[in-house]
Design a protein around this ligand. Structure first.
Ligand code: PRE
Length: 259
């Protein structure tokens, strides 16, 4: 076992972790609603159109790389809740940084599935919740995509904190499955189906509340409410992608928890 130990006295409970996940839902749902203002605008993220010869990034990739570099310089990635998409060598902050408590197990803390998230987001999620088309508004679209990607990335990588607290609460349950690298057993141990159902219902309600068209004319037919992103789709995005990705992060983290 590593000689570096986590600060096990740092207050960490499954309830407080779940409260943060609930709050993060607001950010995720809002970011999807904001992104839905623009059509798909696929040339922004599919095509290398940079006029600088030698740069084969798409506009969106270029934008994300540049923003991540600036954000690293002001300390974003010193926060263990944040995980970059492109930075292998994260520049040091050029400002004094906050000392975050070492809550995560150091050898497991670097789990990062953002490459997978990038593909899933652009190939599977985005075409589901935005209209097809191209209005040429690529810079604003890229900024909106980054907001979605960062909110979703934070949410799914929060699985590291969930896994840490579950491990601390029941190390004897988890240790045999970790030692035998039994991912199926780990998945079973960390799954709470009722919680997942509640999450899916709640995000649907949030999408209804945050994304309904607001009209001030009295006598409007309630049954004709319109939404910026279909609420059942937000629930599906959580059920089919965000929760499974969070669970994959939890498993990846646990597999390294005894290194
Ligand atoms: O709340 C938990 O226990 C989590 O692990 C988070 C989460 C989720 O992604 O929302 C994932 C797995 C559980 O089955 C329930 C919910």
């Amino acid at each position: 076992m590593s000689s570096v130990v986590v600060e096990s006295d740092v207050q960490l409970s499954l309830d407080s972790i779940r409260e943060s996940l609930v709050r993060q839902e607001d950010t995720v749902v809002f970011s999807l609603i904001e992104r839905a203002k623009f059509p798909l605008n696929s040339p922004a993220f599919e095509e290398p159109r940079c006029l600088d010869s030698g740069n084969s990034s798409s506009l969106t990739e270029f934008f994300v790389r540049e923003i991540e570099t600036i954000q690293a310089k002001v300390g974003r990635y010193d926060n263990p809740e944040e995980n970059p998409f492109f930075l292998d060598n994260i520049p040091h902050s050029i400002f004094p940084t906050h000392k975050y408590p070492q809550v995560l197990y150091p050898k497991a803390s670097s789990v990062n599935i953002n490459k997978r998230l990038w593909d899933v987001y652009f190939k599977e999620l985005l075409p589901l919740f935005v209209k097809p088309g191209d209005d040429g508004n690529y810079a604003s679209t890229a900024a909106s995509d980054l907001a979605c990607l960062q909110a979703i990335s934070r949410r799914i990588h929060y699985g590291k904190f969930v896994a840490e607290v579950k491990f601390r609460d029941a190390p004897h349950d988890y240790e045999p499955a970790i030692r035998s690298k039994d991912t199926e057993a780990l998945m079973k141990l960390l799954t709470f189906e009722k919680v997942e159902e509640m999450v899916k219902k709640r995000v649907e309600k949030k999408a209804e509340t945050f994304g309904q068209e607001v009209k001030c004319v009295s006598g409007d037919d309630e049954s004709e409410k319109k939404y910026k992103v279909k609420p059942s789709l937000v629930s599906r995005i959580y059920g089919e992608w965000l929760i499974p990705l969070t669970k994959d992060v939890e498993v990846e983290y646990l597999l390294r928890r005894l290194d």
